[in-house]
Design a protein around this ligand. Sequence first.
Ligand SMILES: Nc1ncnc2c1ncn2[C@@H]1O[C@H](COP(=O)(O)OP(=O)(O)OP(=O)(O)O)[C@@H](O)[C@H]1O
Ligand SMILES: [Mg+2]
Length: 273
Amino acid sequence: MEKIVIFGKGGIGKSTVAANLSAIYALSGKKVIHVGCDPKHDSTVGLVDGALIETFMEKHARIFGVRDRQSLGPRDLLVQGRLGIDCIEAGGPEPGVGCAGRGISMMLEAFQDLDILKAGAYDVGVFDVLGDVVCGGFAAPLRKGFAEKIVIVVSEELMALYAANNIAKSVRTYASNGVYLAGLVANLKDGKADRKRLERFAKLVGTKILEYVPRDLAVREAEFAREKTVVERSPKCPFSKSLRSLAAKILAVKKEKCPIPTPMNDKQFYGGW
Ligand SMILES: Nc1ncnc2c1ncn2[C@@H]1O[C@H](COP(=O)(O)OP(=O)(O)OP(=O)(O)O)[C@@H](O)[C@H]1O
Ligand SMILES: [Mg+2]
């Protein structure tokens, strides 16, 4: 099973990229599980006909205290989305209350207990993980051996690269768990952005840019329509073409070809490059 984890700064396009990757893999006949690790629980919206599914944390409150844990199975946690994709969202606490990362840890523990990712169950798992991993909760997929192939979504903006540099630090920290950085996805805000700078950044961090994804109105249209992913709704648009190329490249990346990342320290990062 390929366990692909999409990380990146808030609002950078993680969920958009992740949901469309899941759809592409499912359309190609693979059995896919899509795991939203974000309290906003919106990663699977495009995969379940625009619905917000009951989150793991909500299910946990409803079921786990009432039913014997032994009687629970994967179907109690997973929601069948379109294209046969199994979907789950960690969910999280009310804003301002509790720790959002805890929901992710609890969900991953339940994955272990119920053996949800057992061999043969899925060809591909796509994890969509919030933020820039300053909080250990969001690094749970790296720590607990769920994540393997890390893909970081960036843009040409400095803070997106700062977050990517931080995530690369987490990948380096957990490299002994089998975690490796497959590459960056440049989800460009401006088509004329300086790609050379992005290439320089990738080289310094010891990775590469897998794909340049264009800004595309079709993404917003699909998001408002809330019924399908972009690749299903507008398969010929530039974004969909780019995502199909990315999907193939991610699968083709081999762990042996991915060195341990070499993130910059803050002084280097702000020193200019
Ligand atoms: N290539 C693109 N072209 C046009 N719009 C895009 C593109 N990528 C992302 N967007 C838009 O940018 C916004 C943020 O995207 P998305 O929700 O995927 O980001 P995110 O990283 O998951 O955010 P969060 O950290 O809040 O979960 C969305 O409204 C999405 O439609
Ligand atoms: Mg998101």
